[in-house]
Design a protein around this ligand. Structure first.
Ligand code: DLL
Length: 433
């Protein structure tokens, strides 16, 4: 089902005209209402009236995560707080989160975008949807929730965790759609097997998965374990949250809600624009956002774009599944983690030396973040109680900053590998699955 036929099936020419019209308005709005963008434009010697064609967007400087961090918490806002009706946040590199703001119109647009991607994935108002994303500052839970309600589906806001109960609810309430990260879905599938559930115990038929990278192989496994048709959807808090793009049933890439988000692919190093089908860094401009306009945001996500119409009938541009990231951000169970956050926690503690190693593994389809920390002083090893207290404090401090559980291992002084050049502190063993 195509949720918004007008928006999703217009000709390329109509889409470009709409985008240009919205881009001009968005630039004028940001210049007028966002001191951050006024400064950025003035710094580049640019006036809103210089944007006459879509290609003129290239004249506008990029916005980066560091801009949000440097202007924490509300520096990119374009409205006063009485117009803001929702606040979300995601992890930033410095331990301070990246705060994002929504007006009523922004929330309305967000729900529309999510309703479209859910419909493209095969959901209808007849579905019962179990949302296994966290409800909170993370955009996953609330974002999918309101979009699916907009579609008319019956939403079960189960949130994440408490996996045995998730499965019980899924069976008893007859959920037909599961929403979450692909790794959590795989874990639930595996747990269901272990607990003796049979596939026939569930009515699941569709999976809406996103917020972290996945591979076709992983999706296939989810399909086998849960009996769902797995689909991928993409988004990021800075732009809106989930809802930027999502798979239709043709499996030809994720349809971008292009009337709201203008995509570009660039060479991450030079900033030069890349052509259709070429891999590079995705840059997004939110064309209608009021609360926190965002123009030419460097996502760091590597993908490519396709523009020919899809067999499903939609004419919107599609993006390939995310191939990787051009920075060191790790996605652990759907949560953004920067190694620098871990480092700042460790470095603020006495008793530990400046050496640590981070290993990410997948066990039973769940991401495990293991941190080996070298002790400063071997004498600590003689006292188990002190050692355990230090380990527990590190664990607690990491949880406070990262919002997720880690496995902390204390190791003897001088046992971690020393590097002669750039230290390789992170080993991600998750590979394909
Ligand atoms: O993860 C928003 C979201 C929630 C998307 C639920 C889909 C479903 P952030 O926490 O700000 O927002 O993280 C954004 O997650 O830059 C990508 O690196 C990664 N990411 C999101 N979706 C996908 C995906 C949400 N489908 C960051 N495939 C992004 C690969 C994804 N990576």
């Amino acid at each position: 089902m195509i949720y918004n036929r007008l928006a999703e099936t217009m000709t390329r020419r109509e889409m470009r005209e709409l985008q240009l019209d919205r881009l001009k308005k968005c630039v004028a709005y940001a210049y007028k209402h966002s001191p951050f963008y006024k400064k950025k434009f003035d710094g580049a010697g640019l006036k809103p009236s210089d944007i006459k064609t879509l290609r003129d967007i290239e004249k506008i400087p990029f916005t980066e995560k560091s801009d949000l961090r440097d202007n924490y918490p509300f520096g990119l806002s374009a409205v006063s707080m009485d117009k803001i009706v929702r606040v979300h946040a995601s992890s930033g590199t410095s331990g301070k989160p990246t705060v994002v703001l929504y007006t009523k119109n922004d929330l309305d647009m967000w729900s529309e975008c999510v309703a479209r991607l859910a419909a493209a994935a095969g959901c209808t108002d007849k579905d019962t949807v179990q949302i296994c994303f966290g409800y909170g500052l993370f955009t996953g839970g609330f974002g999918l929730h309101y979009g699916l309600e907009r579609l008319g589906a019956a939403v079960i806001p189960a949130s994440s965790g408490n996996s045995e109960r998730q499965l019980m609810l899924m069976k008893d309430l007859g959920a037909t759609v599961i929403v979450g990260t692909p790794s959590y879905a795989l874990y639930l599938g595996e747990l269901a097997e272990r607990l003796g559930y049979k596939k026939e115990d569930f009515k699941l038929r569709t999976g809406l998965f996103g917020s972290e990278a996945s591979t076709p192989e992983m999706m296939k496994l989810i399909e086998e374990k849960l009996g769902v048709h797995p689909t991928n959807n993409y988004g990021l808090s800075e732009i809106i949250g989930p809802g930027v793009s999502g798979d239709c049933r043709e499996d030809t890439g994720m349809h971008i809600n292009e009337d709201f988000f203008y995509p570009e692919i660039i060479d991450g190093e030079t900033g030069a624009l890349k052509g259709e089908g070429e891999f590079g860094e995705l840059v997004l401009t939110a064309l209608t956002k009021e609360g926190m306009p965002i123009i030419r945001y460097k996502t760091k996500d590597v993908t490519r774009l396709f523009f020919e119409p899809c067999k499903c009938g939609r004419t919107t541009a599609r993006m390939d599944r995310i191939k990787g990231r051009s920075d060191d951000m790790l996605k652990i169970r759907g949560v953004n983690v920067f190694p620098s956050q871990i480092e700042s926690v460790l470095m603020s503690m006495s008793g530990v030396a400046g050496h640590y190693e981070i290993v990410v593994r997948r066990e039973n389809f769940m991401d495990i973040l293991e941190i080996s920390v070298e002790l400063k002083d071997a004498s600590l090893l003689d006292n188990y109680a002190n050692l355990e207290r230090l380990r527990a404090t590190i664990h607690h401090n990491l949880k406070t900053v990262l919002q997720i559980d880690t496995v902390v291992k204390l190791v003897e002084p001088l046992t971690l590998k020393r590097s002669e050049g750039k230290a390789k502190r992170v080993t991600d063993l998750r590979g394909n699955i």
